[in-house]
Design a protein around this ligand. Structure first.
Ligand SMILES: N[C@@H](CCC(=O)N[C@@H](CS)C(=O)NCC(=O)O)C(=O)O
Length: 213
């Protein structure tokens, strides 16, 4: 059976877990804090990041986008990527934006952890601009899609990426009123969070107790 090394707040790990659930592939979850010395992540990923998809032979596939690509090749049905090449590119672009927002939120989170007087305001402003710009770009796509899916006529990679970044903001960036600012994203998030795969993977904050920054 597959195993996913995951962290409860991680939007990257959530994407992988959602894809596995949507494809009805059995897997177990090994929950870790990737920032703690006890994590098994470096044993599988030289970049020391989760998620890792541990295969039955004990080897690991890592980097969430690559894991999703890998799953699509190994378990093509149901397809989570559009067959049409242009739609596929549009979906991948949404994934790039969503991952970029998550990356900026992670950087903000750790910058804040440095504490008063230590955090760099220009650096945080730069990351906030990425979050805001990324959300604006996602909102444009959600507005254009209306009641439909973001790309094409079925649920897939684009929705997983957009839905998980929005879910992550609820955990790590509560002060940002993206629901008020972008009703189309609020509607998309509500629709996605109602799916069983999303309900089974609701992000939960984690305490980091070892020094990281
Ligand atoms: N681009 C990576 C990002 C993964 C990532 O940043 N994971 C975090 C947890 S949410 C992590 O393991 N960080 C540990 C580290 O950067 O050392 C992916 O999509 O898999």
């Amino acid at each position: 059976m597959y195993k996913v090394i995951s962290a409860t707040p991680s939007p990257y790990a959530r994407k992988v877990r959602i894809a596995l659930l949507e494809k009805a592939i059995p897997f177990e979850v090994q929950t870790e804090v990737p920032w703690h010395g006890t994590t098994a992540t470096p044993a599988y990923n030289p970049l020391e990041k989760l998620p890792v998809l541990v295969l039955p032979d004990g080897s690991g596939v890592y980097e969430s986008r690559f894991i999703l690509e890998w799953l699509e090749v190994m378990h093509p049905s149901p397809a989570l990527q559009p067959a049409d090449p242009l739609q596929r590119l549009a979906a991948r672009q949404i994934e790039v934006i969503a991952d970029g927002i998550c990356d900026a939120v992670v950087l903000l989170f750790f910058e804040r952890m440095r504490g008063a007087g230590q955090a760099s305001e220009p650096w945080m402003a730069r990351q906030r601009r990425k979050v805001e710009g990324g959300l604006r770009a996602l909102a444009q796509r959600a507005e254009a899609a209306g009641d439909g899916w973001l790309v094409g006529d079925s649920f897939g990679l684009a929705e997983i990426a957009a839905g998980t970044v929005l879910g992550y903001l609820a955990v790590r960036f509560q002060e940002l009123d993206w629901r008020g600012q972008y009703p189309a994203l609020a509607a998309l998030s509500a629709k996605l969070e109602a799916r069983p795969s999303f309900r089974a993977t609701v992000p939960v904050p984690q305490s980091i107790t070892e020094a990281v920054v």
